[in-house]
Design a protein around this ligand. Structure first.
Ligand SMILES: Cc1cc2nc3c(=O)[nH]c(=O)nc-3n(C[C@H](O)[C@H](O)[C@H](O)COP(=O)(O)O)c2cc1C
Length: 220
């Protein structure tokens, strides 16, 4: 177990995992710790389904097949928003500052690498799917974000790597069917859990952050 500072600073999105499994005991420990995240009047709206083993491999196969079909994009529960529709500063961060993948590998190779890893769900041995009730309020989205970060930091604290990804929840109808989740829950995000393949080139990405003074103002 490492301290919070170490876990926060060492977490990064992993896009290639080794086959090494994560145990049920570790899953329980991670989610138990993450339940300490705050929520509006302690409403605790988030639920977690962790898929692993055969169940996840079945979903992986479905995912690979759907991703390969150019006629299918996504029918995510939270609508997909193309980069061009985000605010200008976020667009700059996504296309310029955060473009470390294309910068290291070249645009074409990066697209190919990311595409093939995404299609196989980054080879994650487990995915934690985070859901909210269908009629959730915007505050529950805030709460689920806090819960998600707590899950990733808790995982890091016990040596489990992660990636939060839209990729995991692109096809929620197939997830509901495969994971037996009722229609009154929406899939908001998936978090891949496992152990990083440190030799995989795609894991060399280190996403830069804005200067502190661009995001922080202290007013007295
Ligand atoms: C809501 C959300 C969705 C994301 N979806 C994806 C995704 O579909 N594919 C992917 O490769 N990374 C995805 N990421 C990971 C981000 O690209 C990553 O967190 C960001 O570039 C910062 O890098 P870091 O987490 O390594 O610090 C997502 C992150 C968040 C918070």
């Amino acid at each position: 177990m490492v301290n919070a500072k170490h876990a926060i600073l060492n977490r990064r999105a992993i896009r290639a995992f080794k086959d090494t499994p994560v145990s049920d005991e570790e899953f329980r420990s991670i989610i138990k710790m993450a339940q300490k995240a705050p929520s509006w009047i302690d409403s605790q709206p988030g639920r977690v389904v962790i898929a692993t083993g055969d169940k996840l491999n079945r979903m992986r196969a479905v995912h690979q097949q759907l991703n390969a079909d150019p006629g299918i994009h996504t029918n995510s529960d939270v609508p997909f928003v193309p980069i061009s529709e985000w605010d200008s500063e976020s667009q700059f961060n996504m296309t310029t500052r955060g473009a470390t993948g294309p910068q290291i590998f070249g645009a074409e190779q990066w697209t190919q690498m990311k595409g093939s890893q995404s299609a196989r769900l980054f080879n994650a041995p487990a995915v934690a799917y985070l859901t909210l009730p269908k009629d959730y309020t915007p505050w529950s989205l805030y709460d689920l974000g806090a819960f998600g970060e707590a899950i990733m930091v808790a995982a890091q604290s016990i040596g489990v790597d992660s990636i939060p990804a839209f990729e995991f929840i692109k096809y929620p109808d197939r997830l509901r069917e495969t994971l037996n989740v009722s229609a009154d829950r929406e899939f908001i995000i998936g978090i891949g859990l496992g152990h990083a393949d440190e030799d995989a080139p795609i894991n060399r990405i280190n996403a830069p952050r804005m200067d502190l003074d661009q995001v922080l103002k202290i007013i007295k």
